[in-house]
Design a protein around this ligand. Structure first.
Ligand code: GTP
Ligand code: MG
Length: 264
């Protein structure tokens, strides 16, 4: 693990992106950055290009339309694995994930302060030492409730199942069948976690401080919450009927994704 890559998905993050990228580069100078922009109307993609031309460690993937955080990450994971990056980190552009705490996630992969090395480290708000700053009460409740629901339905033991600040070993990502991950919104985080558990990966949580965005708008919306709820419920119910492994339960999702791709 000597070529860390920090993936930053963006949609309309013009005011936040430059600061976030600079802070990542200052916090872990060895880390490269990949911005994955979904054709943001506010010009975030052009700004990302400016950052890339000023710093060879910064690169940009441009996607043609807003297709959700999950789709952006999946494309980035493929890109990163092809190029030999390891580990691969997920980090929001909006300032909610502190780049200054990145060394803590990377240390977690190495096993510092815990029993042993991890395959996936999750920056957790809901374990001792974790916290939130300036988050509206309703968002906190939604997040805590969402995590508790996913934990119960899927029998996960991760406290912060929807957390988006994560570090994966490249090998860990290779062991997850990424073609079976179809959740587009923030349910993507739960989808990946469940696949990680199924693949027998060692998942460790380290405490982080989650700070409400200072600029721009949240992309969270009722459709994203509904997608996560419906899927977690379906996976949980199916698992109770004995067809619950991540590999088995995605057959239907794969078929519908294929149908969509072929324009059916
Ligand atoms: N490429 C891409 N990035 C996205 C998309 N949706 C959200 N993002 C980015 O993913 C990160 C997280 O999105 P946010 O809007 O902050 O959503 P959130 O963190 O779940 O919700 P808040 O707590 O309200 O901020 C940010 O960097 C967004 O710009 C998308 O469809 N495509
Ligand atoms: Mg956010």
């Amino acid at each position: 693990m000597s070529r860390p890559l920090v993936v930053i998905p963006t949609y309309n993050e013009r005011e936040s992106l430059a600061g976030t990228v600079a802070r990542v580069r200052a916090s872990v100078p060895a880390a490269s950055v990949l911005v994955v922009d979904d054709a943001s109307p506010d010009g975030t993609g052009a700004l990302a290009e400016e950052l890339a031309s000023a710093d060879a460690a910064v690169q940009v993937l441009h996607r043609t339309a807003k297709n959700g955080l999950g789709a952006a990450y999946l494309e980035a994971f493929g890109w990163a694995l092809e190029r030999g990056f390891d580990p691969i980190v997920q980090l929001d552009a909006d300032g909610s994930h502190l780049p200054e705490q990145l060394p803590r996630l990377l240390a977690g992969l190495e096993g510092e302060g815990s029993a042993g090395p991890a395959d996936l480290v999750i920056g957790s708000r809901w374990i001792a030492g974790g916290s939130i700053e300036n988050w509206p009460r309703h968002r906190e409740l939604l997040s805590r409730w969402g995590s508790a629901y996913a934990r119960a339905m899927l029998r996960l033991d991760t406290r912060d199942a929807t957390a988006g600040y994560r570090a994966f070993r490249a090998d860990a990502l290779r062991r997850i069948p990424l073609e079976d991950v179809h959740t587009r919104g923030y349910g993507f985080q739960v989808d990946m976690l469940w696949h990680a558990r199924d693949a027998g990966l060692r998942v460790v949580e380290v405490p982080v401080t989650f700070v409400e965005r200072a600029h721009g708008r949240s992309k969270m919306n009722p459709a994203i919450v509904a997608e996560a709820m419906v899927r977690v419920t379906a996976w949980g119910l199916r698992s109770r009927f004995g067809r619950g492994s991540a590999a088995q339960r995605t057959a239907g999702e794969r078929r519908s994704a294929e149908a969509k791709r072929s324009g059916a």
